[in-house]
Design a protein around this ligand. Sequence first.
Ligand code: WQD
Length: 326
Amino acid sequence: MTWLITGGAGYIGAHVVRAMIEAGERTVVYDDLSTGVAERVPRGVQLVVGSTLDGERVARALTVHDVSGVIHLAAKKRVGESMDLPLHYYRENVEGLRVLLEAVTAAGVPSFVFSSSAAVYGMPDEPLVTEETPCLPMSPYGETKLVGEWLVRATARATSLSTASLRYFNVAGAATPELADTGVSNLIPMVFERLTDNAPPRIFGDDYETPDGTCVRDYIHVVDLAEAHVAAARTLQSSPGRHLTLNIGRGEGVSVREMIDHINAITGYDRPPTTTPRRPGDPARVVASADRAATELAWKAKHDIQDMITSAWEGWVRVHPEAARR
Ligand code: WQD
């Protein structure tokens, strides 16, 4: 069978494609290349350049490639940007999904894996976030992911589509330097950038109600996340009629200060951080309960924080060779 992977030229999508191929699955990438990079698509995998808003093009791709499963990662994912461009986010993430689901159901494709986010929870007031924790997104980005889950769920109820919505926690690392994240919008690359510029890494607030006062997150290696997609795809394929909503995290909280300590140790910079005021909208602690994914998918993350930072750093140095000159 062939899996269509939307957003397969993106950072996470390219890792999913890689993992699916390693698992022996046939894949086709569908990506509008707005943020995706064609070079990330491996040789031998066909790339269809198109938007999921283009229903006809999606429909054609589904038929031409005889697709029997879709993994949908194509989306806009910058929380801050979504505050300024909510209509753009709703169009790309919600309307793009609605059009895609129309084509998927019309073509009778049986399996659908949806890329969701821990952003659906907003500011959860629980030490470990379960899938039953109330969803109260704090940004248009998070809203589009929650509405996306609803769209997927409603479609599943009305059709025979088997579905899995995977709520990613904080994704980091790379399988190879070439596949590393090229954006600088998350903690690890932002700290790398400061170190490369010979500036102290910044802690956005150290007066949170957490053990060291800095925010706690659940970081997950992108290779583990990609494996979760393989497990979800296989589960839907082997037991149709499933409708899964799963946290994809490690269930382990790491504070911003601890992350910066690890980054300093691994990169050899040893640059003490400076504390700035809180970044608006940051929850103190977001850590997954990863139990349901373990039970439903027989999947568990294998890589630790060191693996994430080391592999991310190798990707950073590839693009910023000056960072290694010390
Ligand atoms: C982590 C922590 C910052 C940079 C976001 C989205 C989420 C998902 C992943 C999309 C926070 C702190 C950061 C710095 C810092 N995105 N920080 N100094 O905000 O947990 O999650 O990205 O799919 O939906 O909300 O991730 O990496 O931006 O921040 O102190 O220089 O690091 O304040 O506490 P976040 P992040």
